[in-house]
Design a protein around this ligand. Structure first.
Ligand code: OSB
Ligand code: MG
Length: 371
């Protein structure tokens, strides 16, 4: 397989509604897309989850653009037969920048599967035709709006709700949602917002209101605090930002700080590492699930393919297209199916086509690289 070009687009796509977390509010999502084309005219797509500002992690659109253009493109074009594995191995020489690395790795995965005329799910060893999903609900201006929002997602068919929480937005919203919907499977995610001393309080309300999983309440490096929270807890303690590679997962598993693993291909540098982390966790009987970063249909399709593989046993943060965007970049859009599921595309590669018309409409810049 010989590459003919890599196109790097910056897109700004308006979200259906604002998404607020403990670290900030997003109304329009700005992100990069990677499109690879081979000499035979086959294409492969990857999405870069880095946001406009380095709030979730230290990467941003600007740092990812620099990393891809100045460092990763040269690595890629130097490979004689570029596979995701070879690319990742070479890119590992540079520290950090996992979201930038993931975007190219994802495009290579899509490309390889398309060239083989197989779906990415099949190539990755996917066994499921439908994957179970939930919805991640942002912080709202008022509790009543949150209860309303959750009600509409439940009506739409979502079977698991993850509430974004933060100090000052926990007891009231969680108790209100639990009171209104006594049977709903409830998870919470704090994106590192609590001081390590807040464990006892978190445990109190999480237990009282039947929260099934508490995600990343403390700083990414605060492994001990997560382990203390997990000890004897009636809920799972999920790590997201803490787990960036295999050693960080092994340490967290040894410390018993993680009883559920959120795998985001963006955070760990690609599908290869993401799949490996889920296998490591499974050996220690820790369940994994695929997390999201408000991706467009392109990144979502990669996530869905990964979630179709055996180690991913809990519902993913992979909602239908219309939960994020009025007009998604891919066709067909992802729609919620029976039992709170998304169908795993069976077409070639990621199995959905990119709608260039919609992409062009929302594109802010584009640059093409050739070997
Ligand atoms: O921590 O899981 C997170 C979105 C942006 C940044 C971090 C997170 C999230 C989400 C959204 O929770 C999940 C989704 O894409 O549906
Ligand atoms: Mg999270």
């Amino acid at each position: 397989m010989r590459l003919a070009s890599l196109r790097l687009d910056e897109v700004e796509l308006p979200l259906v509604e604002r998404f607020e977390t403990s670290f900030g509010v997003e109304r329009n999502r700005r992100f990069l897309l990677v499109r690879l084309v081979t000499k035979d005219g086959e294409e492969g797509w990857g999405e870069c989850a880095a946001a406009a500002d380095p709030l979730y992690s230290s990467e941003s659109v600007a740092t990812a653009r620099w990393m891809i253009a100045e460092r990763l493109v040269p690595i890629l074009f130097r490979l004689e037969d570029p596979t995701p594995e070879l690319f990742s191995r070479e890119a590992a020489r540079f520290r950090g920048h996992p979201m930038a690395k993931a975007s190219v790795e994802l495009a290579l995965h899509d490309l390889r599967a398309r060239c083989a005329r197989r779906s990415l799910s099949e190539v990755l060893g996917g066994r499921r035709r439908r994957i179970r999903v939930g919805v991640s609900v942002g912080i709202q201006p008022r509790v009543s709006q949150l209860v309303d929002r959750v009600g509409r997602y439940l009506d739409a068919g979502y079977g698991r709700i993850k509430l974004k929480v933060a100090p000052g937005w926990d007891v009231l919203p969680v108790s209100a949602v639990r009171h209104e919907y006594p049977d709903v499977e409830l998870w919470v995610d704090a994106n590192q917002a609590y001081p390590t001393g807040a464990g006892a309080q978190i445990r109190n309300w999480a237990e009282k209101y039947g929260v099934a999983q508490v995600e990343q309440p403390f700083a990414a490096r605060a492994i001990r605090a997560h382990a203390e929270l997990a000890r004897g807890a009636p809920f799972r303690v999920c790590l997201d930002e803490s787990i960036v590679d295999e050693p960080s997962l092994e340490d967290a598993l040894d410390a018993r700080a993680v009883t559920s693993l959120n795998v985001k291909v963006a955070r760990v540098g690609g599908i290869g590492v993401g799949a490996s982390l889920a296998r490591i966790a499974r050996r220690k009987k820790v369940p994994s699930w695929v997390g999201g970063m408000l991706e467009s249909g392109i990144g979502r399709a990669h996530n869905v393919a990964l979630a179709s593989t055996p180690p991913f046993v809990l519902s993913g943060d992979l909602s239908a297209s219309d939960r994020y965007y009025r007009e998604d970049l891919t066709d067909p859009p992802f729609v919620l199916g029976p039992g709170s599921t998304l169908e795993v595309p069976r077409g070639r590669g990621i199995g959905v086509e990119v709608v260039e018309r919609v992409l062009t409409k929302h594109r802010r810049s584009t640059r093409t690289f050739r070997p």
